[in-house]
Design a protein around this ligand. Sequence first.
Ligand code: SF4
Length: 474
Amino acid sequence: MPELILPVYSSRQCFNHCAFCTIPGATGGCYRKMPISRVFEIMCRLNEKYGTRVFSFVDETFEGKRMEQLADEINASGKTFFWHGETRFSPTLSTDVFNKIYQSGCRQIQFGLESYNQRVLDLMKKNTRVDWIDRNIHDCLNAGIPVHLFFMIGFPTETKEEALNTLAYTENVLNYSKQVCGVPYSTRGFTNFGLVMGSDVWNHPDKYGVSVMPKSQYEDLRLEVDYVSGTGLTLNEAKSLSDEHHIDFYMQEVINGSDTIDLPQRLHISEVTWILDSIHAVRYKGHLTKVKRRLTSLNPADRIWLDSKTSVVLVEPFAYFYNSEYHHVYAVSQLVYLKLARLLEADCSISLILDQGDLELTRAIEELLHYGLLNTNIDADYVMHDNGFQLVKSSFVKEVGRSKEGLRVLLSCATHRMCAVNDFSFALLSLFEKPITKNEVRDILKKEGLSTSEEQLNKLVDNCMKADILQLVR
Ligand code: SF4
């Protein structure tokens, strides 16, 4: 549910001097901070003037002890604010502090992890210790606050084993967050180390065992420079390892994936706001081109399931369904929801639903299917039998490699479903960059003198829809 989120600075620049970072050099180490009472006053003013409840702290580093002071101010005021910010690992952050911070509305903390190896952290001049990292992440997640971990692969002299150690650690953190703490929103962001002009590594390459390569004549405005490292991962090895692990992580999600999502024990900012808004909202939002179908017109053997982007939250007297892709909200009574939840657990078919003879439940399911909150294979049916529906390629599609048979493997980064297509089908998919009907695709192919059978086109569309590569325009 869109809601105004305003950026706030509580401090400028940074007090640390990490070897890879350009901020200390660019600012002459001139760290300035605003009294927290003043920061809180600004939040209140913004709240009064623009009605915003959600704030994004854009400090380079929002010190842990200042986060705690802000939490104290917000908690004492009784205001309902939500916020997130970036900080450094610190021995002063304890369980009590994270609990206070959560209570004050903090719904994500970003940490500059950079590496999970003490040797590399020391070389980076991070001034961080691995035991602080362990403790801070554990306490933060157990307080219900999701983390985002930034790190890099291939800092000069870093070995492959060290890089793999950081990758494995962050993967464990994400699993721990979701499976043990019930906090499914923790994330990680990583890429290969980039040697940037103005950083300490660029100023003193000898100290880090690297040789900076001269720039070509076309790169005079490029801030990043190529380098050769005496030991550890080379630039290309670091890039490959980074790419490989982005894909690996998606692959694992594919294996572990399911058609339903785990509902969080604690809520993320986006959910808090949509629940608050939904309580006063109309029964549904959004406009669809999709024709509403009666369950009786569907194949009785078809099954229904909760869409992977749908969350359900119970707020008396309703159960609110929300789809984070279409932003549709639909409310049903909690009684209907309980009946539906039992059917979903039993992997129910259309015939089983109709056998209940419950008109209210049947109508609710038809509406939920119509708004994309529940799913069945009727979307594919529509497209198979009606060529007038528009389809579009999802913007979350990534080509992740080739299958043994030489087919291109496509991944939906949104749902982690995959499918494999041959080169011709891959070229055909480019026609779906903009909404288009199957009839229009056929016309284009005819004009170009290309022919594909009805069966081939249907198969491509069917497979790509099942893998969320193509979507029905709603
Ligand atoms: S990486 Fe972060 S902590 Fe380190 S100097 Fe830059 S802004 Fe400061």
